[in-house]
Design a protein. Structure first.
Length: 286
């Protein structure tokens, strides 16, 4: 039996770190939304009692380090399943980019196996299981647009932002999320205005959304990788209404309402950046 499911990337409209907790995690507040740039996960049942992983792109582990593997393994153990599963990942989301590609693959695997194995788990139950794999997996199980708190696993869904174009540009460097958090110094850092962003989204106020984008992790990544700042400046110069780094980076995104403007930004960035994408916000869960 086969089951195919989309695993969309996310961007952060805000990312705030409130403090470091006693358990070592950072207490965060982030508004995330899914975009129309997605991996496709194909699950095929196997007769053998094993999990195998295959990916269309390089740089993705094909063993138990893969988050999709961990998702299948966790569900098998929790429900005592002996069914083998082959997971094929058609990789479209850039890796180590701040777009939650691995987390989304894990979330899609949980959702797909829930159907394939008739587990009848609710979205909340799947999101709670996802939190055991990684902080962004819970959000990816819900998809759409949400405020994530705690270490990212406390999810409050919010309405979709008004539709707009997103141009993404990823410089050819991968950023380790763990390293960025390790280097973060919260003294004097400018915090994003999360409540104002939520209101802006609820009011579908595109201009306020564009002006309220904010990510505390820029304070680390922009300093370490000046090329990320350079891309931000270029996007701004080319006419994006709001520009921000997503997650721990290095991907930068720009917002615009108009397709022709998005095309101009896209063309302008293609000159010095290999990986540029022009996509729509999904906004609502699929
Ligand atoms: P986030 O935004 O959640 O911090 P990211 O977009 O920065 O995530 P990922 O693409 O998820 O980063 O990859 C981070 C690391 O996870 C990489 O080192 C990669 O080898 C590993 N990884 C494990 N499973 C996957 C997967 N299915 N797809 C991509 N990377 C994976």
């Amino acid at each position: 039996m086969k089951h195919s499911i989309k695993a969309p990337a996310k961007i952060n409209l805000t990312l705030d770190v409130l403090h470091k907790r006693e358990d070592g995690y950072h207490e965060v507040e982030m508004i995330m939304t899914t975009i129309d740039l997605a991996d496709r996960i194909e699950l095929t049942t196997l007769k053998e009692d094993l999990i195998s992983i295959e990916s269309s792109g390089g740089f993705v582990p094909s063993d138990s380090r893969n988050l999709a593997y961990q998702a299948a393994d966790l569900l098998r153990n929790k429900f005592g399943r002996k069914d083998g599963i082959h997971i094929f990942i058609d990789k479209q989301i850039p890796v180590s980019a701040g777009l939650a590609g691995g987390s989304s693959d894990a979330a899609a695997t949980l959702k797909g196996l829930n159907q394939l194995w008739h587990l009848n788990l609710t979205t909340k139950e799947l999101a709670d299981i996802g939190a055991e794999i990684g902080s962004d997996v819970s959000f990816c199980v819900y998809g759409g647009t949400a405020l994530a708190k705690g270490r990212g696993e406390i999810i409050r869904q919010i309405p979709a932002p008004p539709p707009c174009w997103i141009v993404l540009a990823k410089p050819t460097l991968g950023v380790s999320t763990a390293d960025v958090y390790r280097q973060l110094n919260l003294d004097g850092v400018a915090h994003p205005q999360t409540e104002i962003m939520i209101n802006a989204i609820e009011q579908k106020d595109y201009n306020l959304i564009s002006n309220t984008l904010g990510n505390v992790l820029e304070s680390v990544t922009l300093q370490q990788y000046p090329e990320v700042n350079h891309i931000k400046e270029q996007m701004d110069r080319l006419g994006a209404d709001g520009v921000l780094m997503s997650g721990s980076g290095p991907t930068v995104f720009g917002l615009t309402l108009h397709e022709s403007r998005a095309q101009r930004i896209y063309n302008g960035l293609r000159g010095f950046c290999n990986e540029v994408y022009m996509v729509r916000m999904l906004g609502e869960p699929e």
